[in-house]
Write a protein that binds this ligand. Structure first.
Ligand code: ATP
Ligand code: MG
Length: 340
């Protein structure tokens, strides 16, 4: 017999990526939160999920659409989100179709009751026997190894695809949090807009993201143009496919506004913490997590603008799912942080 809890899983249902973690098996699924569907006569059919569906984005036609069911960290398309959760549960337990696991799912701390209910119902109807919810910043902090139960304040900045969440945690609870829609997707949009305006080049979402990953930076290179990249798109004037070379300097300029906005959210959050908590944050630093934590020089820019030590979580893309998984494994320590 397998252990009573061995099939339990943690899910981070992110705007950009969906991850699942199972005790003893580590991260068992890590895919883009994209579902490709065909719509014929009002009937929707799932064609592909995850990586396979993401490749279809920008290349769909007629009845085929690629949907990202999460927007700004919350469910925008309930039916498709449910399919996505169902896909995860099936894929993780493919050898035992009858398994009805317990699941812990992370939710943005600003999620409304209705949104929480929607996520819970989606997981239940996808086969979860019991569903717990955990606040994303709490999960991120646990995943990043922070002592969240102690009477010590800690700050987490989670920059995902749809939202940037800044939260202060102590004694097992979120003391305060702020969220902004300026995160990875907004950075990609900004790169698209910048290249259109300054280089007369139209590019798609995926190319914009690739540029950000390859040569994106929160701060321009000290001298020269820095890294370069050949980018393919369509000429605004000619309408024809073209390839041009762009630089790290270009992209730092394209991202400057988003970076400034993230700095603002962090500063505003710091302005409302009590002095004791502020002192804790000075001592222990700020944890940066989510995929956006990997933007070149962002940690440095945040550090310079807040005067606080900023540490990038060890694996920023997986902190939330690991923390959620750990909370479920150690209910005796973290049970009070889960919403049943
Ligand atoms: N090296 C990198 N530099 C900059 N951005 C990155 C890097 N790697 C990933 N990202 C961005 O991080 C975002 C995805 O991060 P993450 O998986 O944490 O988001 P998510 O949890 O799905 O979204 P959310 O938490 O907003 O619902 C994407 O926008 C991606 O482009
Ligand atoms: Mg996230």
């Amino acid at each position: 017999m397998f252990g009573k809890f061995s099939q339990d899983l943690a899910i981070d249902l992110g705007t950009a990526n969906i991850l699942a973690y199972v005790k003893g098996r580590d991260i068992v699924l890590d895919e883009p939160s994209v579902v490709a569907i065909s719509e014929v006569g009002g009937r929707r059919r799932i064609l592909a999920v995850g990586q396979e569906a993401k490749r279809m984005v920008g290349r769909t036609h007629g009845n085929i659409r690629a949907i990202r069911p999460l927007r700004d960290g919350v469910i925008a398309d309930f039916e498709v989100a449910e399919e996505l959760i169902r896909y995860v549960i099936r894929k993780v337990h493919r050898r035992r179709a009858f398994v009805t696991p317990r699941a812990v799912i992370s939710v943005p701390s600003g999620a409304t009751q209705a949104e929480r209910r929607a996520i819970r119902e989606a997981a239940e109807s996808a086969g979860a026997r019991k569903v717990y919810l955990i606040d994303e910043p709490m999960a991120a902090a646990i995943g990043a190894g922070r002592p969240v139960s102690e009477p010590v304040g800690c700050m987490v900045i989670d920059i995902g695809g749809g939202t940037t969440e800044v939260a202060v945690i102590a004694l097992g609870g979120v003391l305060l949090s702020r969220s902004s829609r300026v995160a990875g997707d907004a950075m990609d949009e900004s790169i698209k807009g910048y290249l259109r305006r300054t280089h007369n080049l139209f590019i798609g979402d995926q190319m914009a993201e690739r540029i950000k990953l390859e040569i994106g930076s929160a701060w321009p290179p000290e001298d020269g143009d820095g890294l370069t990249m050949e980018v393919r798109g369509r000429g605004v004037v000619s309408g024809l496919p073209v390839a041009i070379t762009i630089t790290e300097h270009d992209i730092a300029a394209a991202l400057a506004e988003q970076v400034a906005s993230i700095v603002d959210v962090v500063r505003m959050t710091l302005e409302s913490v009590l002095p004791e908590i502020g002192a804790d944050i000075i001592d222990h630093g700020v944890v940066l997590t989510g995929g956006g934590a990997l933007l070149r020089n962002l940690d440095q820019v945040l550090q310079n603008n807040t005067g606080l030590p900023v540490v990038i979580a060890e694996e920023p893309l997986t902190s939330v799912v690991r923390g959620a998984g750990r909370a479920l494994e150690e209910l005796q320590n973290y049970g009070s942080m889960l919403e049943e």
